[in-house]
Design a protein. Structure first.
Lengths: 320, 320, 320, 320
């Protein structure tokens, strides 16, 4: 396992929810500069198109701060015409715009030296029963992502699932449904973005979803945060679900994951720099614990389902 | 039962969530004009201070459109310094500002001919464990609302509960906890605002919470909408939980409720005028059904727990 | 659409939960006789091995009451040695016993004139984090069901998913994960059992899961009941989630479903006969409503996302 | 803080759920003997009437093993006629039987040297909407518990809340509603039993509920276990929600709690002795951590809402 930690730049600027706004606006360059201040941050996930209008400047800024690019996050929900969906809608014109965004995002990713774009189609869903034709929406999504993925084989398209928000029900809600979609798309350069909080929120055990992706041979990419299992609060990791976080990292080690793990933590009422440092530090701490664990011993206890022994041993290894 | 339907004016303007914005901005006067276009709307709930800067103009506009005021909604979460709470915080200065808002809101309510303000302290809560001192926060809230309620006895202060949002945990999360707080405040002019969606979201049966308030002798005021029981989606009423809605209205009839029932429905991806008309029409429809029901028969079936008979009879009465 | 309604015989006997017992024990023959008393019941789902020890007698009894067999429900969780799982466990001996149960169940189904067995592997899961190896468990399940399915091609093996109970987490938790497993098993005679309550409980929209199965070309079979979306309460259908139930039936009509729809309703505190009659009657009522709906009109409103019109029209069509 | 750990004897015998049975039946004396084998167990919570038929023998057995009695658990749901409720029902005869059980339980508690009975009215609730009259049920419960509490002032009656199970909705669902009921009962010898899992399952923060009781001056008693926040799985404490457990213990220390903390953990698929030892050991471990924490420092960080510092410091104190 070789993990590099990145930060989603968007969380360094102004944040909002339905009722309030938090922190000051920042330009993309300022956001990158802010990421650079976070001890331990080695890269960014950056949003196309909104933060990548001036690509050269971004490239220079990243170089200056020696930050890599974990992924380009292609936003296909933010345009006013995308509020009722983009990848899933019946309008070919709108779907084409979403495809165009993804393709351009892939080109930009290549220029930035990233190997992937990640895309979370949050407005693709529904709020009311009897509102949409689920089969048609699925077909539309498959066709959108297929066309986008075929744009270039050297860049991966990662799909990020989430159960709700902004729609009451998002189509791509679970790890398993994302794998179903990836099989239906049937292109070689697809991956799945597992956001720890999204996974917890739909009732998954994060490590189990990771294993499902690993067994399917689908590459995965990790967003980290935490929540109360009810909503995507984007809290600092391991502050609510410590054991889930450790278990996920244990499997990343088992699968010898080499790549980015990216903070999708939202520091709404916290100092962003400090909150991201906490996110990175706590993750480093957990990685250290996981590396320290005797995998053979643990795996053999699991294999033989010696559960109480496992729990006792884990407590000894983890707690002071 | 004599129900007048009102609309929260805020939902007539620009709406937003974490990721998107919906509809155009409107001035308070324009919002009132929009409410006036909704067939069946007899009044507004309007936000102090943000929509009541020019009180005279608002009064005139309301008069012109013959709209009543169900309540003045005092917003004690919107100010930048309120993002970590206002009624519950340790800073007396901030609490005083919240008190001042409520008192001014009460004065404005009186001038508008309303009998109450309603206040939903959504930033009063916490996101992390070990973040706050729960006892101190409770004491602070009790003291804030007590001082505010004592400002004038002729206007009621209604407290609106909600489980989360914007905080992961809001202190005033359930009907029962609100009643606990109201008893601790111990002033005669307190009430409880029961938002159907908030109640569903924390796992309450709305009718049961209504009964709890009724039995406690605490006046209640109703916000209507619907959701999937997981989050406060502010959907059109009865589109997900038809029977819950009917049952609540059945008890409003039983208690001979005479007053406002106010749309807290958020038409993010819908035409606002049409969506509020749907909200009002579906509510009228349900009221008609409830009025048509033979209460004595229903109550006697309930008393004797003849559940299957009740379900059969209800289906006959309600479905075509 | 041509729907025949059946009843799971098990619910006609003694029922229990953690704390209480309900109703009297009945022999399998008595249970079938009880089903025959339910107006509208045309068949049974019956449990192998526990209710099919004396196959000839069961056959005769079914014939006598002119009841069909919707499915043989193969129970691979009830044996004492199955409490920690059967299809997923590392012990080949235990897995073989589960396979044997399913194969025998298939043979019995053929003899009873049924076209399928259905199997809900509820003890296959975990309670603690770090308790199991998720990948190994998945492989074990795939191998178990593959070997069972290959026993005979003329009988289908339907897998029924459920999020929890009896394990905190069951492996086969959602429709999408079941489809993933069915693809991994890769045999022609597999199907998916969609239990309305299981689907609601994991946050699915039932109609959407149905569409997913339909689009995948996987046959589906329906268990009906209702709940509060939190737990599998096996309530009478449409008593909590009326619109979800109607929408599912609307898609069954759209897909011209011809087959069994089976009551998985648990009459713990109700008279069983009356409760099943209510289940069948309310389902008949909903089917009648759905058949009455002008599908073309509804589909065109959905296609054009004229949501408010749809909601208005549905209310007119459905409510008195 | 001086905590003695007890075990609910019932969990030492045969356990069951809807689908399976676990472990062998044991007599009450055998169950006590089993508790005595658990290192660290100092007492029992024992069920009246079912485990206390032969009081003298139980007394002797407890004495022999030097086990105290944390509480007598009065079961008012287990009798066949109690399946639709006991404390809340309209039948005075049934309510009287519930009262009689509680009164006898109090007498038995006195004889056993315990200071309280605890009662969790799980069958008092409803499954369907329009099934019960919520006001009447509340009045019935208040009257039942009032009459019971008045039986003798030297023994406390603790009410234990739970959101569901066995009813879809139990009346006494949250800490706050229990406090409302206790105020309505208005007798001096009432207390609240806070079961960690019940609290988590209804979305409470356990420490916050504890604070609510403490501030209300109502005595509390603690049942320990853990779950996934969705259902009362009665898992070993701190295996899912470590921080919640620590925070609760931190407040017990702050309030200088002196009394019993009782295992309500269900070892369905585990060796009971080992599972209870794990429960006690992990609790001892957490108590040790909490005692080690510099309270002044932590409280001042909380008071000043220096959240990130708090999280950092806690991680240093708690994790290896």
């Amino acid at each position: 396992m070789e993990i590099k930690q990145a930060i989603i730049t968007g969380f360094m600027g102004k944040l909002k929810d339905r009722f309030s706004e938090y922190h000051e606006s920042k330009t993309p360059v300022e956001k990158i500069a802010a990421v650079a201040k976070v001890k331990g941050a080695k890269g960014v996930e950056i949003v196309y198109p909104y933060e990548l209008q001036d690509l050269d400047r971004i490239k220079k800024t990243l170089k200056r701060y020696r930050l890599g690019v974990a992924a380009v996050n292609v936003n296909i929900k933010g345009e006013p015409e995308f509020v009722k969906g983009s990848s899933s809608v019946n309008s070919k014109k709108l779907r084409d715009k979403a495809i165009q965004f993804i393709c351009e995002g892939m080109d930009v990713a290549a220029k930035l030296g990233a190997d992937k774009v990640t895309c979370c189609p949050l407005s693709d869903g529904y709020d009311y029963l009897f509102q949409v034709d689920y089969q048609q929406a699925w077909r539309n999504m498959v066709s959108t992502f297929k066309e986008a993925a075929r744009h270039r084989k050297d860049i991966f398209l990662f799909l990020e699932y989430k159960g709700s928000e902004t729609r009451v029900n998002c189509y791509l809600d679970t790890a398993a449904k994302t794998l179903c979609m990836i099989r239906d798309i049937n292109e070689p350069n697809l991956g799945i973005t597992i956001d720890v909080g999204h996974s917890l929120m739909v009732g998954e055990t994060v490590a189990e979803s990771l294993c499902l992706a690993q067994s399917s041979g689908i590459p995965y990419y990790i967003h980290i945060n935490d929540n109360n299992k009810k909503w995507d609060w984007d809290l600092i990791p391991a502050t609510r679900n410590l054991w889930d976080y450790l278990e996920m990292l244990f499997y990343l080690k088992k699968f010898n994951y080499r790549g980015w793990v990216t903070s999708d933590m939202s520091p709404v009422r916290l100092d962003p720099i400090a909150a991201f440092e906490r996110t990175i530090d706590t993750t480093e701490k957990m990685i250290k614990i996981v590396k320290r664990l005797d995998s053979k011993k643990l795996e053999s206890m699991i294999r033989e389902e010696r559960t109480i022994e496992t729990l006792t041993w884990l407590e000894e290894q983890v707690l002071r």
